[in-house]
Every structure is written in C-alpha cells, then in structure tokens.
Design a protein around this ligand. Sequence first.
Ligand code: S5P
Length: 252
Amino acid sequence: MNYQDRIQLTTNATAKRLFEIMAEKETNLAVAADLTDANDIIRLAQIIGDDICVLKTHIDVVTNCSNDFINSLVELSQQHKFLIFEDRKFADIGNTVQLQYGQGLYHMVDWSDIINAHVVPGPGVIEGLRAVGLEKGRGLLLIGEMSSAGNLATGEYTQAALRWAEQYSDFVIGFIGMKRLVDDPKFITMTPGVNLADKGDDLKQQYVSPEQAIQGGSDVIIVGRGIYGAIDSAAAAKQYRQAGWKAYLRQS
Ligand code: S5P
C-alpha cells in the first residue's frame, strides 16, 4: 500500500501526519542529526529540511541546548514540514519514563512528535509514555530490532514488541527494525544503519543501503553520518532521498 492510502488506517495523529508528509513531499528520508552544537543542528535542518520527513535528535548530546534552540527546531519543522523524533530509547518502569518524557531538562513531550522505547521493562514502559504523550497526539516507535552487531533485540524480544504494538496501537505507531516486522500497514518501520559508502564503523554499527532497507519492507531510512558527515550535506541528503524514494516506487 502507498503512504497516502495508509493515512486512514491509523488513528494516531502523528502517524497520519507522517504518512501525509511522506506522500506530499515524496521523501522517506529521516536524518539523524547527531551533532553536539545546537547551531550546527539548526544549520543542517535549514539546508536539508525540504528533503526529509523526519529529523531525529539525541538531545542529550547537545552541549548548548536551550529553549531557543528547541523553539527554532520546532519552527523549522513547521516551515519545512518534517516531524521531530527524539531518539531517547526509554527503558525504565512506567512511572520513571513518564517523568523522563514530560519533565526534567528536556520535557520532550512538548516538542518531539515521535519518541522510541525498548520493550525490556514490559508494557509498563508503553503505558507510562502513553499517559503523557497520547493526549498531545504524539507517537511511539518500539525497538523491534537494532542495527549493531551482537544486539539482543531478537526472538522473543521482537515478538513482544509486535504484540504490544497491537495492544497499544493508538499510541504505538510502529517500529525501529532492520526490515518490516509485521504485515499490518498501519505500522511504520524506520530503519537505522543506512549508508551508501560504508559497511560499518569501528563501534559495531552495521550498514545497509537505502535499497536494501526499503526492499526489506521498511518505510523510512534513517541516515546519520552519511549525511551530516558528508562534505556537502545538502547534496548527500538529495542522493539518499532519491535512492529511498526510487526504492519505494519500485516496491509499490
Ligand atoms: O539500532 C539502532 C537504532 C537506532 S535509533 N541503530 C542506530 O544506529 N540507531 C540510531 O541511528 C543511532 O542512535 C544514530 O542516531 C543513527 C545512526 O547513525 P549513523 O551515523 O550510523 O547513520
């Protein structure tokens, strides 16, 4: 099914918006903006904003994070039509994650459209995040698989993520996975570990190409160093965008 037709299948406002953006802008590219200077992230968002559907942050690596930075990022997301995904990978009991999500230095629920979580703690992690995020129309991705060598997100862990996604499908919008994990088209699969030039890094990251990810049934490719680490990030974003979209058109 194409992204447009999948809008009506989900009740979650963020999932609907994501499908809309992907169909309208013709992009399934998410950029992992793993830069430590807020100004660099803003500059990157300005130059690649029109090429992406999602900008993924790790807010706790930004050394000069401020409310002004967050506000600028949100403004850019509205101007260029992309969603913000804070890759916090929550992994604690429900009561703790609801505080981490809604309070503290970062109060992510106020600015991040999408967050993600490990399923190690059991369904309480989803319930805690849902208690804060659902009323704001936010969406949660469960980590079904990981890209790093030797990871333990396999077998029963992955199966539990699939079961709980269905059980909490008003808030769970899909998965981090190396391939599509369920047939149900209301769920969105995002695949990290995508790079055209490298096969991996020296800390156990493993890469596939955009084509491999989309051919495996993924919906969104997540590219970090391949874009922000390129000499010309704007050109690299266009190259990944094109590769991801071409692969999607071949699938649909
Ligand atoms: O299994 C995973 C899950 C994630 S979200 N493997 C990953 O690499 N990621 C994230 O994707 C990681 O935290 C980083 O932000 C991005 C990959 O970055 P790259 O520079 O290796 O493309």
